[in-house]
Design a protein around this ligand. Structure first.
Ligand SMILES: N[C@@H](CCC(=O)N[C@@H](CS)C(=O)NCC(=O)O)C(=O)O
Length: 255
């Protein structure tokens, strides 16, 4: 076990704490989550958007306790148990919620086959371009590397914003593209405070899109107080984090 788990505040705060409190009763769907985790937040936003009944259980994934490894052998949050069967991986969970609860709207993957593929295409861009570059930029120590990753981050963001219809990616309809990205938009103040990033430098379309995402109710309802996120990122900013993600980024492997 890495000692990263020792640096994590034990529970959600702010509006997220209220949401946790409202989801303590037993349900068919148990959501194993860490309040701090951007991947968790993706699946959590989906649950909140769709009004799916779920029971929230806080897990410290860095402790790798056996009961949790039985649910997710990778030992990562988010994970779920649904009618005693286990699943994990944030985006796979989001798609599962679409399939298992078709009567719950909005349809975040949309219903038209072309649109579904198009949403997946841009979720892939978020996952392969934007998120890893965000992490590389946070972890980079040398100014030259930081400049390189910052330029890559702006590039990834601009490629996406060129396609944003506004206020959300597909227009009025909130979708999985917005969900895949929103947790990192909420956390971009880490880049602004430490790595010379500004939303304005990525263009006015990005400023407007980021604002629309961070003020969406489901996003607000799953957000904790900023100071507790900053505590965790401090280890990434010094390149000391030992999470699976940090190790993969250092090794240049996909995550
Ligand atoms: N690809 C996974 C990533 C999940 C992930 O990395 N979760 C982190 C917390 S943000 C975790 O559980 N880390 C534990 C560890 O690295 O040991 C997903 O999309 O669900």
């Amino acid at each position: 076990m890495s000692n990263d788990g020792n640096y994590i505040y034990s529970h959600a705060t702010g509006l997220a704490a209220k949401t946790v409190e409202q989801h303590q009763a037993p349900q068919d769907l148990v959501f194993y989550a860490g309040w701090f985790c951007p991947y968790v937040q993706r699946s959590w936003i989906s649950l909140e958007e769709k009004g799916i009944p779920y029971q929230y259980k806080e897990v410290n994934p860095y402790k790798k306790e056996q009961h949790f490894l039985d649910i997710n052998p990778k030992g990562l949050v988010p994970a779920i148990e649904y009618k005693s069967k286990a699943l994990y991986e944030s985006l796979i969970l989001c798609e599962f919620f679409e399939d298992a609860f078709p009567e719950h709207t909005p349809h975040l993957l949309t219903t038209d086959p072309f649109d579904r593929a198009y949403v997946r295409l841009w979720v892939d861009h978020v996952s392969k371009q934007i998120v890893p570059t965000f992490m590389r930029l946070v972890m980079a120590q040398e100014p030259e590397k930081q400049r390189e990753h910052l330029a890559d981050f702006y590039k990834g963001v601009r490629t996406l914003t060129d396609k944003v219809k506004g206020p959300y990616f597909l227009g009025e309809q909130f979708s999985l593209v917005d969900i895949a990205l929103a947790p990192w938009v909420l956390r971009d103040y880490i880049l602004a405070e430490n790595r010379g990033y500004s939303r304005e430098a990525a263009g006015s379309a990005w400023v407007a899109y980021a604002k629309a995402l961070e003020t969406r109710e489901s996003v607000l309802r799953t957000q904790s107080d900023k100071e507790h996120y900053a505590q965790i990122y401090a280890r990434y900013l010094r390149n000391e984090a030992q999470s699976e993600a940090a190790k993969a980024i250092r090794a240049g492997k996909p995550f």
